[in-house]
Design a protein around this ligand. Structure first.
Ligand SMILES: [Zn+2]
Length: 248
């Protein structure tokens, strides 16, 4: 499988696993999924194979179209914000992939989006891509899994414990490598790197970085080390975009 990374490589690289090339391609794919929705070609409650949205050639993320990944769109009552989730392939307790191809058509995962917009689709596509290239291993962090399992056991907690639990949960969630990866591309997608409409005057990196800190969800829950890693990654994207590498 091309683009496959091992668990340890992925762990080591943490938030830095995302490459600029895959970001540019995932963003194009997100726009094509959104266009299908905007043009009324996407029905609610139906699962579409991801290949239905392949309108061009993909060099970096191309392998994702060979996986059995579905795209599911369903509006939810009582929620106005755009959000989604990626239903990952099943893993056993050792983190090994369980073959679910006999039980579901989309054994490599289903991307679920409620209220579509490009950044949300991009976030979930990043999960799908990371899941695909790690052989299904990188959609759940083990620490978070253990924590949520423990929390799910009808545990009785005192009221004063709640803030700590909430804080721990947010740290686990926002620091999980796969979420860092997804929230990073989502934040970058919302940043305008130019001062002017003609896209000739490029913004100072410090300004872009300040905006990034506001747009990167859960930024305050990240460790200084992760924040530094993200700044380095952002600067790489910044220079690539300045060189005109992101043009459609
Ligand atoms: Zn996510």
């Amino acid at each position: 499988m091309t683009g496959f990374v091992s668990y340890s490589t992925y762990s080591r690289e943490l938030a830095l696993n995302e490459t600029f090339e895959s970001y540019v391609e995932l963003r194009r794919l997100a726009r094509d999924v959104f266009a299908a929705y905007r043009d009324g070609r996407l029905r609610q409650g139906k699962i579409y194979p991801i290949t239905d949205f392949k309108k061009r050639d993909y060099v970096t993320i191309g392998g994702i179209f060979e996986a059995n990944i579905g795209v599911f769109y369903q509006e939810k009552e009582g929620r106005d914000d755009a959000y989604g989730s990626f239903m990952s392939p099943k893993l056993d307790k050792h983190g090994n992939r369980v073959d679910v191809s006999s039980t579901t058509e989309y054994g490599d995962g289903v991307l679920i989006v409620h209220k579509l917009n490009v950044p949300t689709i991009l976030h979930e596509l990043e999960h799908a891509y990371d899941s695909f290239r790690s052989g299904g291993k990188f959609t759940v962090s083990r620490g978070a899994q253990d924590f949520f399992a423990e929390m799910g056991k009808n545990r009785i907690v005192g009221r004063d414990e709640i803030p700590n639990i909430v804080d721990k949960r947010r740290k686990l969630y926002y620091r999980a490598p796969h979420e860092l990866s997804a929230f990073f591309v989502q934040a970058v997608d919302g940043i305008d790197f130019f001062y002017d409409e003609a896209e000739t005057v490029f913004r100072d990196f410090r300004d872009v970085h300040d905006e990034f800190k506001e747009k990167m969800k859960g930024y305050k829950y990240l460790t200084p080390k992760i924040q530094r890693d993200l700044a380095r990654k952002l600067s790489q994207y910044y220079y690539r975009i300045r060189e005109g590498d992101a043009e459609e």
